[in-house]
Design a protein around this ligand. Sequence first.
Ligand SMILES: Nc1ncnc2c1ncn2[C@@H]1O[C@H](COP(=O)(O)OP(=O)(O)OP(=O)(O)O)[C@@H](O)[C@H]1O
Length: 568
Amino acid sequence: MASKTLFQTTMRTARSQRFSLLVLSFLANILLLASSIYMLQVFDRVLASGSLDTLIWLSVIAIFAIITYGFLEFARRKILNRTGAWVASELSPAVIKRTISARLEHGRSPAGLGDVKDVRNFLAGDAILAFLDAPWTPVFITVIWLMHPFLGMIAVAGAIMLFAIGVLHDILTRHRASTAAMQMREVNNDAQAYVENAETLAGMGMVEAVLANWKRSRAQAEADGSQAEETSSVLYNLSRSLRLALQIAILGTGAALVLRAELTAGGMIAASIILARALSPVERAISAWKAFGSYRLASGRLERLFRMTADDQPQVSLPKPEGKLEVTDLRYFSPETKAPIIRSVSMKLAPGTLCGVLGPSGSGKSSLCRLLVGAWRPNFGEVRLDGASLSDWNSTERGKFIGYLPQQTELFHGTIAQNIARMGEVDDAAVLAAARKAGAHGMILALEHGYETEVGNFADQLSGGQKQRIGLARALYKDPSLVVLDEPNSNLDGTGELALQQALVKMRKAGQTVVVVSHVPTLLRHMDKIAVIQDGTVAAFGNRDDIMRDMMAKGRHVTAKSASQAAE
Ligand SMILES: Nc1ncnc2c1ncn2[C@@H]1O[C@H](COP(=O)(O)OP(=O)(O)OP(=O)(O)O)[C@@H](O)[C@H]1O
């Protein structure tokens, strides 16, 4: 049998509140009978006997019962709210982590934080209360039946009809509501992407055009959603009217029974109040159906997310590697199309080797970098550091020994120092050393708040080159054994590039293994080895001078001038 996912165990713990909720609901529903018993007694006893004392005592008891009911109701809601908040706090970080894994392993994630919100809203909302009260419907109907079978029959018929409306509601709205919700999610994601790419849109006058497309998609989602809402509100109103009609039916029948002396006037009023209580959960369940529908879809998606991604098991701690890199028959297929992106790449680098990676656009250089740092898991083959496969390491621990600068440098919300320290505990000396090595120290000090400058949100004022230098410092933080730099000089000026060259030389001296994707001759000049990637495979690999000479002879990819500069 498949083991339980974190989602299942969290939901199971949440369900353990069931017992206290059931007890509270039991007491609350018993107390709900107080007002009907009060009516019964007032009509049949007080009015008949004319005893003011009895009325006062009955009223005191009824008020006490209602106040107690209020406390119980408050306690029920508090438990639900706390459970909802607890579930959200347990699931949210795990969902973010799994969403990252799903993106890396499968190209997309079936669930996100919106689903956690739906689960929370359901657990903390009215729907659960309606479901908890629903078992009381037959109890209340039995009480009415005991008062008079005729009244009982009306109550049973009413409950069946209301239930049928609930089922009809589910059948008619479930599919449409879920499609509309999915479309709305996409539409909202699009809107978010527009905001994030504000400069491109504004710079090329694209705002109106993307908005026109967006409005069309939104209108479609809205149309599906409002049709589901309309069906929902028609059925909800039908159920309300039915309940009012039942109320009249029970009062009318009760009155007829009173006339025939088969029921007391108090019994008639009490039956009408109990009927309202009996049918209320059924009616509330219809309006809570939407939350339940969203919950059902969200929990399905979350369950899929937890099933499709593996837990990062705590592996055996391994010592810091020296940096011996071995890549054997590495293959990677697109998670979505299954097209090969990397086909059989093998190479070996000794510690302290600088290896340049060249190749045409789209040949797989960045993909190889992602595999080398363990961000992507290969479909076949292995990347080994000091003989241990990257998958033998826990990803957090492995990350400490690896430095990676992707093509697009993204900084995270926090200070520059925190970003360089990889958002963990800031080791000031190590941050300074990394920044100096990356040639970023002077640039950071020139900022108004220096290392304490807040970055990583829409408001951050850093240029592309500044971000790249901070990204480089982050990659060099605490001298990792393997450093992979994907076009590290794409945004650098002369000073930045010089600093990068000096950093490369220092890394070689320190015995760090470095892989650099670059076509810039001044950088390639520092390399010991060169790997030429073409169509996802290694077209050539060897000592820099040999490869460059070979490439010059074939006139391949790098221009003869840059190759000769690099070979100098
Ligand atoms: N996340 C992904 N999912 C599916 N395919 C991808 C993904 N990332 C890249 N690819 C595909 O893999 C191939 C190699 O892309 P990659 O970015 O590794 O090339 P590259 O050599 O780094 O190119 P460039 O020099 O332009 O950056 C491309 O055909 C690309 O479409």
